[in-house]
Write a protein that binds this ligand. Sequence first.
Ligand code: BGC
Length: 403
Amino acid sequence: MQIQFPYSFLWGAALSSYQCEGDNVNSDWYLWEKEKGLISSASACRHYHLFDQDFQLASKLNLNSLRISLEWARIHPEPATFSLEELTHYQKVIDALIKYNLKPIVTLHHFTNPLWFAKKGGWGEVKNIDYFLSFLKKTVEALKERVDLWIIFNEPLVYIYNSFILGIWPPGVRSLSEGKRVLNNILAAHLTGYQEIKRIYQDSGVNPQVSMAKSLRIFSPSPGPNFILNSLTAGLRSQLFNFRILNYLTKKNALDFIGLNYYCREFSKFKGLIGEESDYKPKRGRQNYLGWNVYSQGFYKLLKRLKRYNLPIIITENGTAENKDSLYEDFLIGHLKSLALAMKEGVDIRGYLWWSLMDNFEWDKGFGPRFGLTEVNYSTFERKLKPFAYTYGKICKDNRIEV
Ligand code: BGC
């Protein structure tokens, strides 16, 4: 059976500034890499200079949308200063997207902060929320003629988990109470930021669509003697990590659509208050390059569960890191089939963005994992489309899939 997508369906890919641009020397991550002796993001993909070429490749694949992020530290280099030069740079970046018929979807915060913001206590301090909001205001005003789809935060819980619970990302804190404080401050920034964006467009005749990119996983109980406790833990973790923020923000009417990032399935085990991920690997499943449990049926299940919010959904990230082309293709097709079935059964999905347009800097894991449609040679910065990208390009062009 063939499933046809609506004419207006957004086919795209996603990327983030820090992971691709290179030389973001004023961001908290840059210092972190140095201090911790991690692999340096250095010039990353040189995307800051090569963006036109990257977008041209995206248009070659028949994509009609692209999710990018803006580097806060570039636009807002000091607490009371905004860089006109960097705002102009991002205007040029977005003009290039438009030139290649790629609808811009713009993220304002994708894990990184200006160093000065981090030094003032970052997201742990209520008083710092205003710094972010002044960046948001300045930036949205500068780009409002070009952009009407905004993501304020990317994956707040992933950020908090790594930066404030595990302590493996900057600022390297390990404290549940600090994590909770940060979450409250980020949610407060989202709520005010949402209103602010609506206000900025007030007399423009455009109603910008504003959301969050929310990471969701399937949580399954790890088998074994503790199965019942593990089941309770999986249910709790699903509620906490998947649905709590969505319930809160939808009740406040502060999401115009759901931005869904989906990668994998977690097997949970009982431990302490909130449990943890077990290393159980099911015999019938497969793991990707990073050991993540690939589970395309889970994508279908989550999409069906999101239907109850009665909001349109855009898949703001879905993808994998592999070392064999056929595995990317297998992942892509499996997940697109799940998506098409969910749509057929009435879930209102408006777009699908592959993570990522190009191989890039995978945070603490450096350049090993490759998520891109485009392969990047980190010595010469040459780009080359991977074979599976052509399969994706054909689906985008045909706007339909065989299920
Ligand atoms: C993040 C990306 C990251 C990707 C793969 C997502 O959670 O938004 O920044 O590269 O996952 O790990």
